[in-house]
Write a protein that binds this ligand. Structure first.
Ligand code: MD6
Ligand code: FE
Length: 217
């Protein structure tokens, strides 16, 4: 019977992949949360819809985004920043769903960061072709807290560089359910996402959703 089961199992793979001294990929960590988290995305997007923001340089992002939690990340011609109010609705960003907060805290703990309590959750939506160019996350007040990044839907290739834009980048494949946690000495590493291929996902179709949790305030 054991042998039978093994025939149908995925090849044994370490669910944890170290990306740096204080950065780790937790493969499949979010899978037990997906059923609860998916409807919560719709609740958030019903209050603060996904939109295409403009960068300070004047480019419209190919990734659509929204936020939940006390603070939301925004960009416009004036710069990148966190706001308590959604500039499109004039209302506070939607409350962070409890399942999101639980996932973020537990993923951080699994990566060695205890008591992570995010006040900001950026929700990114990628369609085929969407990409995120190399950047650092440096709009947060305190670099002491880690960042927890959850991938759902279509696979993506995450680019993980060093502290300088010109440092070489590792290509990290991210699948539905994967979580990346980074902080400490890795907190300011450049990173990005390669243009998405159209490889429809059983649950989400031709899109990728990424949650990025932070302690921003
Ligand atoms: C994304 N993620 O995976 C974009 N930032 O769609 C990020 O920009 C990111 O994954 C900081 C930490 C982890 C991330
Ligand atoms: Fe980022």
């Amino acid at each position: 019977m054991m042998e039978m089961l093994e025939l149908f199992e995925a090849p044994a793979q370490d669910p944890r992949q170290r990306l740096g001294p204080a950065a780790v990929l937790l493969r499949g960590f979010a899978l037990p949360y997906v059923r609860e988290a998916m409807p919560a995305i719709d609740v958030v997007a019903a209050q603060s819809p996904f939109r295409y923001m403009v960068t300070p340089g004047g480019f419209t992002m190919s990734v659509a985004l929204t936020n939940c939690g006390a603070l939301g990340w925004t960009t416009d011609r004036r710069g990148y920043r966190y706001t308590a109010v959604d500039p499109d609705t004039g209302k506070p960003w939607p409350t962070m769903p409890e399942v999101f907060a639980r996932l973020a805290t537990q993923a951080a703990a699994a990566a060695g960061f205890d008591d992570f309590q995010p006040d900001a959750c950026l929700v990114n939506r990628y369609a085929p072709g969407a990409r995120l160019s190399l950047h650092q996350d440096k709009n947060e007040r305190d670099y002491g807290a880690p960042i927890v990044s959850v991938s759902l839907g279509m696979p993506a290739t995450f680019l993980f560089g060093g502290p300088a834009r010109t440092d070489p980048t590792a290509k990290v494949p991210l699948q539905h359910g994967d979580v990346v946690v980074w902080g400490g000495v890795d907190r300011l590493r450049y990173h990005g996402v390669l243009p998405l291929k159209d490889e429809p996902h059983a649950l989400l179709g031709s899109q990728r959703i990424n949650f990025t949790f932070r302690k921003a305030g």
